[in-house]
Design a protein around this ligand. Sequence first.
Ligand code: AMP
Ligand code: GLY
Length: 423
Amino acid sequence: MKILVIGGGGREHALAWKLKQSPGVNRIFCAPGNAGTAQIAENVAIPATDLPALARFAKGTHLDLTVVGPDDPLAAGIVDLFVAEKLRVFGPTKSAARIESSKIFAKELMRAQKIPTAKASTFSDSDEALRYCEQLQFPVVIKADGLALGKGVIVAPDSATARSTIDSMMNEGRFGEAGRRILIEEFLRGSECSLHALVDGKNYRLLESARDHKRVFDGDKGPNTGGMGAFSPANNWTPDLQSQLEEEIMPPVLRGLLKEGVTFRGLLYPGLMITSDGLHVLEFNCRFGDPETQAILPRMKSDLLPLLEATIDGKIDNCTIEWDECVTVTIVLASGGYPGKYETGKPISGLDKATKLNDVQIFHAGTRRADGEIVTAGGRVLAVTALGSTMESARIRAYEAVSAIHFDGCHYRRDIALGAVSG
Ligand code: AMP
Ligand code: GLY
C-alpha cells in the first residue's frame, strides 16, 4: 500500500512512524514532512494547505490512502475534494470539521444536546461585547470563533485585559476572519485531559487518555502554546469519568452532528476539564492532538492502519485496540522565543546520541535538512518520547534524551508529567 500523511509536525512524524510498522504498507509519503519524516518516508514538497496539488499528487501516485494531520486542510475541505476525486482519505468533511473550526457552532451544538460545557455568550459586534464585559465577574475566557493556530483562546483575569483582547480580535483583526466573531465564556477550574476517539459516523472507539501541557513555562505559567509536552495515560482519568464521557458527551455530540445532517468520520478529540462538578468539554478537535499523538501512539500495540480503514468504512465496531502496559512522557523542545517570534535555521546536535537510547523515540516537528545537517525550521522543533514502566522512569529517560540534544535558543519545560509521578 502507498500512504500519504499530510502535515509536517511531530504528530505527522508519529503517524508516519506508526503506519510504517504496518505489514500492508510499502511506501509512505509526507507532505510537506520534516527532516524526521524524511528518514522513514518520502517527503513531498507540497504545503498541507495546497489542496489541488495534494489531490493531483494522490491521483498521479495512485495512493491507496491519505491521512490528514492538521486542522487547516480539513476545515478547507480536503476530504470533500478527495472524495469527489474518488480518493480514499482519513478525516472529517468540511462540514464535520466545523466542530473544531467554529467554536460558536460547537458551543451551539453542545447547548442543544445538553453536553456539559462552560456557559458562553456569542458576539459579532465589539461594542456589545465590551458592554457585556462591564457586568462580568473575572476571570473570563475569550475565544476567537475560528482557527487561530491554537492561540485564539485568552484567559482574561480582569476587565482591562478583556477589553484589549476584544479590541485586538474584533477590531484590529489579530486572527483575521477567525476573530471577527467571539465567545466570552465562564472560566472553569479543574484539571484537563485529552481523549481521542476514532469515529466512524455512528460508532466509536476511544484511544488511551493523555494530558497536554499548554503553557510555555514550568508551573503552567506564560502564554498558551501548541503544546509543550504530554504524557499517557492521564493520571486524572477514572472509570467514572469515562462513563460520563460515554454517556453525556460522545453519543450526544454524534447525535447533534447527525441532526445537522453531518456524518463525522475521523478522529474526534474532546479537550476536557475535570471540575468538582464532573467533566466539561472545553473544545472539540477534529484531528489527532499534537503532542498527545506522540505520547499515545508509542503505547498502541495494535496496527493503526486497519483502525483507520475501519473508521472510513463505518466498521470501527468490529475493532478492538490493544495497548501496551507502559506509560509515556513526551517533551517538546522549542525555539527561543516560541510561542512569540523566533529564529530558525539553528543546527541541531546530539540527535544520533539521543536516538540510540533504549525506549526513546524522537519525533521531529519544525526541522529540515540544510547542507547535510538538521536545522530548526519552526517553533516546536522536536518531541522526545520515552517509555517506562512508571511515570518516574519514563520522565527520567525522556529528560536524559533531551539533555543530549542541543540547538541555539532551545527551551523546554522541566516539569512535564511531574504532577503524575506518584509518591
Ligand atoms: P481550547 O483551544 O478551547 O482548548 O482552549 C485552550 C486552553 O484554554 C484549554 O486547554 C484550557 O487550558 C484553556 N481554556 C479554554 N476554555 C476554558 C474555560 N472555559 N475555562 C478555563 N480554561 C479554559
Ligand atoms: N494538544 C492540543 C491540540 O492538539 O490541540
